[in-house]
Design a protein around this ligand. Structure first.
Ligand SMILES: Cc1cc2nc3c(=O)[nH]c(=O)nc-3n(C[C@H](O)[C@H](O)[C@H](O)COP(=O)(O)OP(=O)(O)OC[C@H]3O[C@@H](n4cnc5c(N)ncnc54)[C@H](O)[C@@H]3O)c2cc1C
Length: 313
């Protein structure tokens, strides 16, 4: 059985950065991801403030575009703020995660793709983790000192049984990646646009974020709980289509990809035990910009906490 200092389950931004920091610090790390490639769950818009690049040492190769303007459209009012310099980045989510995983390997640790966490048990000071590899289909036990749950909303390690999971704030987000004509692209190429209010996005919000190569991310998210006033909402794709048809109005466009995910957030950070840690995106649902910032930002920050705790063990 292979031995590791740390097994990190989930190669999202939180798990990737956690594994990267630990591998750089000289720990023998295994980063495990259930999907075969980073394109398989390329679900996030991944817009962030510019500080994330320097704070977390992320190179420009992970960036899809830079934004410097911000526009908010509500049902009746719209506002625009402009800056002369870049205020943030829209990551290429697949490239960001791929880069973090490559850094893990470059620092002498391992990344196992297409490998799903099944269960673990503790024996003295070590934990045996059972992983299921898809191709070939086999169950592999590995031994580790520390097991990290970075499975995002799945919380697969912490709460193997869904009935034990605490209640979270729940939302759903869907996004279209579209390629538009050059003239339309130039209108949006450096701007984050958010849509609020009943007309655009009842019970949630929608957005247009720029990417490279004449591509725009057009998405919509909805808070899944019952609303006091709004009794009926349309499928998210209808709000996205409305934004494309009535706001962007491209001369022509092609849908490159449709992706999305459930979004679940707890209200406070949970560290259940010192040996099994949860690295969630502990964020508030609103305000918007902090939500965007904290989503990736928190994922990237928590490993610093882990490194400090590891030093104590
Ligand atoms: C449509 C949409 C748009 C978004 N836009 C933004 C944005 O603009 N800015 C922003 O900051 N945030 C945004 N977010 C939120 C952001 O994507 C998440 O906060 C972030 O991905 C969380 O990172 P994470 O590493 O904690 O979890 P995740 O990114 O969910 O990563 C968890 C990983 O664990 C893997 N995994 C799960 N279970 C297992 C298992 N049993 N075995 C092995 N692997 C497993 C999953 O496959 C996944 O790769 C958006 C989310 C959505 C859905």
């Amino acid at each position: 059985m292979q031995n590791f200092d740390v097994v990190v389950v989930g190669a999202g931004p939180a798990g990737g950065q956690c594994a990267r920091i630990l591998a750089k610090a000289g720990w023998k790390v295994l980063l495990v991801e259930q999907h075969e490639t980073f394109l398989a769950n390329n679900f996030s818009s991944a817009a962030s403030p510019i500080e994330i690049l320097s704070d977390y040492d992320i190179p420009s190769q992970c960036v899809g575009s830079y934004w410097k303007n911000l526009e908010i459209l509500s049902t009746n009012v719209s506002r625009r703020w402009e800056s002369s310099q870049s205020l943030g980045a829209v990551f290429n989510f697949a490239k960001l995660r791929e880069y973090l995983a490559l850094q893990v390997k470059d620092n002498g640790s391992e990344v196992w793709m297409g490998c799903r966490y099944l269960k673990h048990y503790q024996q003295g000071t070590r934990t045996t983790v059972f992983l299921q590899r898809r191709k070939p289909n086999e169950t592999i036990p590995v031994s580790t000192k520390i097991l990290v749950d970075a499975t995002g909303f799945a919380r697969a390690v912490m709460y193997p049984s869904k009935k034990d999971r605490p209640s979270f704030l729940k939302g759903t987000g869907i996004e279209y990646l579209i390629q538009v004509d050059e003239e339309t692209y130039q209108k949006y190429s450096q701007t984050l646009v958010f849509f609020l209010g009943y007309y655009w996005s009842p019970q949630g919000y929608s957005w247009i974020f720029p990417m490279d190569d004449r591509q725009l991310k057009v998405g919509s998210a909805i808070y899944n709980e019952t609303h006091k006033i709004i009794k009926k909402t349309s499928p998210l794709k209808d709000y996205i289509k409305q934004i494309i048809d009535t706001c962007i109005q491209p001369k022509n466009y092609e849908i490159i990809d449709i992706h999305g995910s459930i979004i679940e957030y707890s209200k406070s950070l949970t560290i259940a035990t010192i040996k099994t840690m949860l690295l969630p995106s502990e964020i508030q649902f609103l305000p918007l910009i902090f939500w965007e910032e904290k989503a990736l930002g928190m994922g990237l920050k928590e490993p610093k906490l882990l490194v400090s705790i590891l030093r104590l063990i």
